[in-house]
Ligand binder design. Structure first.
Ligand SMILES: Cc1cc2nc3c(=O)[nH]c(=O)nc-3n(C[C@H](O)[C@H](O)[C@H](O)COP(=O)(O)O)c2cc1C
Length: 326
């Protein structure tokens, strides 16, 4: 058996498979099952500040409470929801031995640091910042979107000592420069990429509906491109590859491109926890056939700096493909 251990964001993982933040990681029982199934680490379901605010509003609308009661209900829901989350961290810390990474998404700029402090005190091994936002304002200046990521990271890093990672969305004009700025502001790891909720339109009912919730394996090409480019230029930033990892071979490809770990979600919803051990055996067998004893021996071997011809990562048109076809 090859050595599957890896280091990500300062954490030592028994193997590179991290379970991505989702409904799969929102209870102690599910997390224990995932640990038994072989997961290397778990990212808890995100604590969404906006969801907490929406729940207090719902409660206010349902009750005949006086407007003066709003602050009370608001604080009650907030404390209750945050406490449930902190209890989940405490319980998983008590019953699981793999690293537990908490995940937050805040609405109010000041809340990120406050949530992070409480998460650290509850015993999480690291925090993943789930910065869910897209730029839609026509007059927003270039760079503000990127600056928001830096400001959030700085506000959290000031408050906690545990590793802080940033999970990026897929829409940056320059991913490698963004990651470099995160590194300059002491990010301990970066996840490339989150997959946001996708909108769709029902043309018969003229209503909005949810787009495809799960990724598919073709989404992985974008992930591997940016893992390879970023890892080649910022080798000391640990990266987790996410979005589109469905096939066991994709785990190997992500590591070759320079990731230290992968975060998987859709494939688990679709195929169950058994996929974790399948991915690990394919990785183990491949390492033995290739003569690699540890992940460090081949991680990044195919990244932007290590491949002779960088155009493999940069090529964006189909000229080569079409030149070989009728
Ligand atoms: C049902 C569902 C719930 C999710 N919830 C969260 C969440 O709470 N926080 C988060 O950062 N990402 C969330 N995600 C995104 C996943 O963590 C992951 O980044 C994304 O699905 C891409 O990985 P995949 O291709 O393996 O699915 C969710 C995804 C799905 C499908």
């Amino acid at each position: 058996m090859a050595l599957l251990q890896t280091k990500y964001a300062g954490l030592t993982l028994r193997n590179p498979i991290i379970i991505a933040s989702s409904g799969l990681t929102d209870s102690l029982e599910k997390i224990k099952d995932l640990e038994r199934a072989g997961a290397g680490a778990i990212v808890l379901k995100s604590l969404f500040e906006e969801q907490i605010l929406m729940r207090s509003e719902e409660l206010m609308n349902m009750s005949d409470a006086y407007p003066e009661a709003y602050d009370y209900i608001n604080e009650y829901v907030r404390v209750n929801d945050i406490n449930n989350y902190l209890n989940l961290i405490r319980e998983t810390r008590q019953y699981c031995s793999i690293p537990i990474i908490a995940s937050v998404n805040c609405y109010d700029m000041g809340s990120w640091a406050r949530f992070a402090r409480e998460i650290e005190a509850a015993g999480a091994d690291a925090i993943e910042l789930n910065i869910l936002r897209i730029s839609t304002k026509i007059d927003e200046k270039y760079g503000l979107y990127e600056q928001l990521h830096i400001d959030i990271l700085k506000s959290v890093k000031k408050e906690v000592k545990i590793p802080v990672t940033v999970k990026l969305g897929q829409r940056f004009s320059n991913v490698v420069s963004m990651v470099n700025q995160l590194k300059a502001n002491a990010a301990d790891g970066v996840v490339l990429f989150n997959r946001f909720y996708q909108p769709d339109i029902d043309i018969h009912k003229l209503q909005f509906m949810s787009g495809t919730v799960f990724s598919c394996s073709t989404d992985f090409c974008n992930t591997i491109r940016w893992i390879g480019i970023v890892s080649g230029q910022i080798p000391d930033m640990t990266l987790a590859a996410s979005t589109g990892i469905h096939e066991p071979e994709a785990v190997i490809k992500a590591l070759l491109a320079g990731a230290s770990a992968v975060e998987i979600c859709s494939v688990l919803y679709q195929h169950g926890n058994a996929i974790i051990s399948q991915m690990l055996s394919v990785l183990d067998e491949w390492m033995q056939v290739m003569g690699f004893d540890s992940i460090d021996e081949f991680r990044g071997k195919m990244n932007f700096s290590n491949v002779g011809d960088q155009s493999h990562y940069e090529r964006v048109q189909f000229m080569k493909y079409f030149s070989n076809r009728d």
